[in-house]
Design a binder for this molecule. Structure first.
Ligand SMILES: Cc1cc2nc3c(=O)[nH]c(=O)nc-3n(C[C@H](O)[C@H](O)[C@H](O)COP(=O)(O)O)c2cc1C
Length: 226
């Protein structure tokens, strides 16, 4: 095979891999078009520009109730609560890439995000008590986190990282990148930020690019506006 046709073949394989990718963005903020939500949309635009198909969901459109610690899932791996959780879970398990966006609330994720994450106990039970692999555990799925905070504190992102790392382990996705932006407080503040959108877009492209080896360490961008 000539060099030219080899190159063409490689290009077609790469393109078809990209076309098949689905990147799901999960906006958890109660504020629609707020700071984290807008960054998420930008990251999704980056993924789309790279050929991935994208889906956006806002937890505001779903009823997700808190875990009641009944431990029923320890026997079945399933949650007994009746709400929209199964719909969201199906999307989370089927996407090739996930981007979670949250505001920082009291040094942590917002309650809407935490309610979703706590319902992941059924995934934890399935994996660690029932010792069942869910179909995503063996795949090469990747995840990114976006968080925005009003203060300059860097410590709060450490807390958020740990929460998502633990959750991603249960979801069967690898944490590959994070964008943490401080000093953006009021509604719309992010739109005046000099670099945050550019970084969101860049990391969105990176998340959707197939064939790239997983980074040894997650790529994390912390921007604390002074
Ligand atoms: C209940 C509540 C708690 C907050 N706690 C923090 C905090 O601990 N640290 C911080 O930097 N900002 C905190 N903030 C500010 C938000 O993180 C900040 O405004 C963020 O940009 C909001 O993102 P959003 O527009 O995507 O919701 C808090 C805001 C609220 C409403």
């Amino acid at each position: 095979m000539s060099c030219k046709s080899l190159f063409l073949k490689k290009y077609i394989v790469l393109l078809s891999e990209k076309m098949g990718k689905t990147i799901l963005g999960i906006s958890t903020s109660p504020r629609r078009n707020g700071n984290s939500d807008l960054l998420l949309k930008k990251a999704l635009a980056g993924a789309e520009s790279d050929g991935a198909s994208i889906e956006y969901l806002s937890l505001n459109d779903y009823e997700i109730n808190p875990c009641i610690e009944c431990n029923s899932c320890y026997k079945t791996g399933k949650c007994v609560l009746k709400d929209d959780y199964p719909q969201v879970l199906e999307k989370l398990l089927n996407a090739d890439g996930l981007i979670f966006a949250t505001p920082v609330f009291f040094m942590s994720v917002c309650s809407q995000a935490k309610m979703l994450i706590d319902r992941g106990q059924c995934l934890w039970a399935e994996k660690y008590i029932l010792k069942k692999e869910n179909k995503s555990s063996t795949s090469n799925r990747r995840a990114m986190v976006i968080a925005t905070g009003g203060s300059r504190s860097i410590k709060q992102y450490e807390c958020i990282r740990w929460i998502f790392k633990t959750y991603f382990d249960c979801l069967g996705v690898k944490y590959v990148s994070g964008l943490f932006v401080g000093k953006v407080d009021e509604f719309g503040a992010i739109e005046k930020h000099p670099t945050a959108f550019k970084e969101a877009y860049r990391l969105g492209v990176m998340l959707s690019t197939p064939g790239t080896p997983l980074p040894e360490k997650p790529i994390e961008v912390e921007i604390i506006n002074t």
